[in-house]
Design a protein around this ligand. Structure first.
Ligand SMILES: Cc1ncc(COP(=O)(O)O)c(C=O)c1O
Length: 453
C-alpha cells in the first residue's frame, strides 16, 4: 500500500486486536474468508435493484443452477446476481424465513427500512425503553425515525430484569401500535415471543418485528429461539455481532415474495415486497456488493456444525464469566445471563460509575463499554453500569479457564478503581500492578490468536 499513514494505522489496529481481549458484546472477529470477500472487486459494481427471487429453496447448487430474470437497473450482473441469490438463500435457510433482504448497509438502515415499509408518519411503534436496554433506533428523540413516528416505550421489571409483559399488553391496548418491536442492545434474558404475539392478536394491523442484532448468531447456532418460528413477521439484525459477519444489516420476513418493481397491496402478507421496495429505492441507493459477498460467506460459515458449537460456547462462557463476577461481588442486572451479554451495575456493586471501570480496563487491554442500567440516575456518558460479552473471545477459542481469569482481573481492577476514585491512592500507586495485569492479558491473547490476521 502506497499510503503509509493508513497502512501504519491498519497494522497498529491489528496489533491492538491481537494483544487485547475484546469484551464489547457487539463486536467479533471475522474469518480471513470474510475479510477477503469484503476486499474483493465486487466493490466496483453498481447493482441497484434485486436479483430474481425464483428457486431460492434447496442447496447452494440448486440456487446456482438457475438464472432467473433480474430486477436490476444496470447491466453486467452475471456474478452479482449469483452472489446476492446465494446470500439470500443461505439467510433464508439459517433463519427459517420466506424472504431475506441482504442489502441494508447497517442495523439502523434495516430498522428504518422496516418502519418506512409499514408505517405512515405519526403511526405508533411500541418498543423497549432505551434506558432498559432498547436501541437508539427504537425511538431515541435524536433519531430521524423518532421525528417521523410516535414511539411508545415498555420497560423491564426491576425485580426480575425481564420484559414487563403486563405493561406491554396494557400499552398495546391503550396506544394501538402499528408495530410491536422486541429488540435490545443491553438485555440478557430470552424474550417470550409467543406471549408478545398473543398481545398483538387484539391490535388490528400490528406488525410483529424483532430486532435481533445482538443474538442473531445465537439464533443461527440454535441456542436462542427464532422469533420467526414464534409468530413474528419480521426480524432485523446486524451481521457483525454474534453472527460474525461483515458490518451490515439484514431483514428476514415471513410472507409472500413478489416482484419488487410492482407496488403490492399494504398487507402483512406482502411485507417481504414492501420491505424490498423500502430498502431500495425507499431508503438506500446501490447495494454494497462486496459486503453482500462477505455476508454470504459468513452465512455459509454459520451453517456449519462448528458454528453451532461456537454459539453454544458463547452462552456457556457468558454464564461462567457472569457467575465468576457474582462471586466477586459484582451485581449483574437480572441476576445473570441467558445469552452472550452481561450488564453489571458498578455503582450498586462498588460505588463507582461504569466509565471509570471502562477506562481502567482499557489500560490493561480489556475492552468493554460503560452502559446505562435500567432506571439509571447517572448521565449516558458516565452511566452506572458496564456491558460486556463473550462473542469475540469465544471466537478466539477461549473457554471456562479464561473466563475465570477475566473475572478475577476485573475484581482487582474494580478494587483499584475504588481506591483511586475515593482519593485514598493515586493511579500512579498502581502503575506496576497494572503493567503486570496487562502482561498477563497479552500472554493469554498470544495463546489464542485472532482469526484472519
Ligand atoms: C439492537 C440493535 N439494533 C440496531 C443496531 C444498529 O446497528 P448498526 O450500528 O449496524 O447501525 C444495534 C447496534 O448496536 C443494535 O444493538
Amino acid at each position: 500500500m502506497k499510503d503509509n499513514k493508513i497502512f501504519d494505522l491498519i497494522e497498529a489496529e491489528k496489533q491492538r486486536q491481537r494483544e487485547g481481549l475484546e469484551l464489547i458484546p457487539s463486536e467479533n472477529y471475522v474469518s480471513r474468508e470474510v475479510l477477503e470477500a469484503m476486499g474483493s472487486v465486487f466493490t466496483n459494481k453498481y447493482s441497484e435493484g434485486y436479483p430474481g427471487f425464483e428457486n431460492l429453496d434447496g442447496s447452494d447448487d440448486d440456487v446456482l443452477a438457475v438464472a432467473p430474470e433480474n430486477h436490476r437497473y444496470y447491466g453486467g450482473q452475471q456474478n452479482t446476481d449469483k452472489v446476492e441469490r446465494l446470500a439470500i438463500a443461505r439467510a433464508r435457510r439459517l433463519f427459517h424465513a420466506d424472504h431475506a433482504n441482504v442489502q441494508p448497509h447497517s442495523g439502523a438502515q434495516a430498522n428504518n427500512a422496516v418502519y418506512n415499509a409499514w408505517l405512515e408518519p405519526g403511526d405508533t411503534v411500541l418498543g423497549m425503553n432505551l434506558g432498559h436496554g432498547g436501541h437508539l433506533t427504537h425511538g431515541s428523540p435524536v433519531t430521524q425515525s423518532a421525528k417521523i413516528y410516535n414511539f411508545v416505550a415498555y420497560g423491564t421489571n426491576p425485580e426480575t430484569g425481564d420484559i414487563d409483559y403486563d405493561e406491554m399488553a396494557k400499552l398495546a391496548i391503550q396506544h394501538q401500535p402499528k408495530i410491536i418491536l422486541v429488540g435490545y442492545s443491553a438485555f440478557s434474558k430470552i424474550p417470550d415471543f409467543e406471549r408478545v404475539a398473543k398481545i398483538a392478536q387484539d391490535i388490528p394491523g400490528c406488525l410483529l418485528m424483532a430486532d435481533m442484532a445482538h443474538v442473531a448468531g445465537l439464533i443461527a447456532g440454535g441456542v436462542h429461539p427464532n422469533p420467526l418460528d414464534h409468530g413474528f413477521h419480521v426480524m432485523t439484525t446486524t451481521t457483525h455481532k454474534t453472527l460474525r459477519g461483515p458490518r451490515g444489516g439484514l431483514i428476514l420476513s415471513r410472507g409472500k415474495v413478489g416482484n419488487p418493481l410492482k407496488k403490492p397491496e399494504h398487507t402483512i402478507e406482502n411485507i417481504p415486497t414492501l420491505i424490498d421496495r423500502s430498502v431500495f429505492p425507499g431508503t438506500q441507493g446501490g447495494p454494497l456488493m462486496h459486503m453482500i459477498a462477505a455476508k454470504a460467506v459468513a452465512f455459509y460459515e454459520a451453517e456449519q456444525v462448528s458454528f453451532q458449537n461456537y454459539a453454544r460456547d458463547v452462552v456457556s462462557n457468558a454464564k461462567v464469566l457472569s457467575d465468576t463476577l457474582i462471586t466477586h461481588g459484582f451485581k449483574i442486572v437480572g441476576g445473570g445471563t441467558d445469552n452472550h451479554l452481561i450488564l453489571v451495575d458498578m455503582m450498586g456493586s462498588f460505588g463507582i460509575d461504569g466509565k471509570i471501570m471502562e477506562i481502567l480496563m482499557d489500560k490493561v487491554g480489556l475492552t468493554l463499554n460503560a452502559n446505562a442500567i435500567p432506571n439509571d440516575t447517572l448521565p449516558p456518558f458516565k452511566p452506572s453500569g458496564i456491558r460486556l460479552g463473550t462473542a469475540a473471545i469465544t471466537t478466539r477459542g477461549m473457554g471456562r479457564g479464561e473466563m475465570i481469569k477475566i473475572g478475577n482481573w476485573m475484581r482487582r481492577l474494580a478494587e483499584i478503581c475504588v481506591e483511586i476514585n475515593s482519593g485514598r491512592q493515586p493511579e500512579a500507586a498502581f502503575t506496576s500492578e497494572l503493567a503486570a495485569i496487562r502482561e498477563e492479558v497479552h500472554q493469554i491473547a498470544e495463546i489464542f490468536p485472532v482469526p484472519g490476521i
